[in-house]
Design a protein around this ligand. Structure first.
Ligand code: AMP
Ligand code: MG
Length: 338
């Protein structure tokens, strides 16, 4: 994280207070922030992203005191989760109060709330003095922005202020959970893993749409699950096998069917795809490294102007589940387990 002058954050907070849009870093990905209580400002976020109006936004707070204004009827279990994982890459869906505009929640009675741990994000919210509504910084459907350079061209005209805080540490969006009948349901996996949550709560459920596809007209608990996400312009296919050699062979076979293929793979495998464009996403022994690189990799792969992007999958355990959730969507559910 780069050091930002305090005055810059104060200036950005004034823009938020005045109803403008600010591109700002969090520890997960960059956000497009606006005053979460100002309906017009929030509508401008949807416009800037081209986001469907039923896909709700997360409200970001800097201090637990802000919670009571926006959420009500909070249970002991919900407090326990917030205590354990805030500040951090953890979002919880709670019952909303009347002051939260329905434009934020896509018409739902619930609101998703997060307290980021990134210092710039935290101070920005503090100086703004209001919860900041912020989705990931990207045009809807594209990979989320994890550094300003990746999204500058697509967002510069719609932002009123840009804070460049360098590369995001986590690199994938927050874990989203909802408590139902004493169980914690994970609606979107992230750096706070199922295993992390199980260390404090006995019953944790993974929503079936985390790796599965949403069928037409199917009801989902998190509207974001329905939409195409994270996708480069070039067609992408993911291939995974527990057997590394099988995975590499299958990727080479598919790549050979195309005149120009880009392979996104682990550092350990990068010399195994002869004649292909290679992007290495980090060591497969370091999932944190892979998660922090993956969205930039998907964007960079497009720059090669290949006919196909082939991506090595990883084991869906720990943070691996969150990475696979993003990769499966980047590939529009076209993936092979071999
Ligand atoms: P993004 O803004 O791109 O990080 O996406 C926010 C995610 O949080 C989307 O997948 C939304 O569906 C989900 N979300 C936000 N608010 C709610 C809510 N009230 N209930 C369920 N999911 C929500
Ligand atoms: Mg997003």
């Amino acid at each position: 994280m780069v050091n930002i002058d305090e005055q810059e954050i104060i200036n950005a907070a004034k823009v938020i207070k005045g109803g403008g849009l600010v591109l700002f870093p969090t520890e997960t990905v960059y956000g497009i922030g606006a005053n979460g209580l100002n309906e017009t400002a929030v509508k401008n976020i949807f416009k800037a992203k081209g986001r469907a109006s039923d896909n709700p936004l997360i409200l970001h707070i800097s201090h637990a005191d802000m919670l009571k204004d926006i959420a009500k009827d909070i249970s002991e279990l919900e407090y326990k989760l917030m205590d354990a994982f805030w500040p951090g890459p953890f979002t919880i869906v709670l019952n909303k109060t009347d002051i939260v505009p329905t434009v934020v929640t896509g018409g739902l009675d619930t609101v998703a709330v997060r307290m980021p741990r990134n210092k710039i994000a935290n101070r920005l919210i503090h100086y703004a003095g209001v919860p900041i509504a912020a989705p990931s910084a990207n045009i809807s459907g594209k990979p989320s922005g994890t550094c300003v350079e990746d999204v500058y061209d697509e967002l510069k005209n719609s932002m009123d202020y840009i804070i460049d805080g360098g590369k995001c540490e986590v690199g994938i969006e927050s874990t989203v959970v909802k408590v139902e009948n004493g169980s914690v349901r994970i609606l979107r996996p992230g750096r706070i893993t199922k295993e992390d949550i199980e260390s404090i709560v006995s019953s944790v459920i993974l929503d079936e749409h985390i790796l599965g596809e949403v069928k037409e007209n199917e009801k989902v608990l998190s509207p974001g699950m329905k939409y195409r996400h994270y996708a480069p312009k070039t067609k992408c296919i993911m291939i995974y096998s527990e057997n590394n050699e099988n995975m590499v062979n299958r990727i080479n076979e598919i790549a050979n069917e195309y005149s120009k293929a880009t392979v996104i793979c682990s550092r350990e495998n990068k010399d195994k795809y002869v004649g292909k464009e290679i992007l290495d996403y980090g060591s497969k022994t370091n999932l944190e490294e892979i998660s922090s690189n993956i969205f930039s990799m998907l964007r960079n792969a497009d720059k090669n102007e290949s006919d196909i992007i082939l991506i090595e999958g990883i084991e869906s355990k720990g943070i691996g589940l969150a990475i696979m959730n993003r990769l499966i969507r980047a590939c529009s559910h076209e993936f092979y387990i071999v």
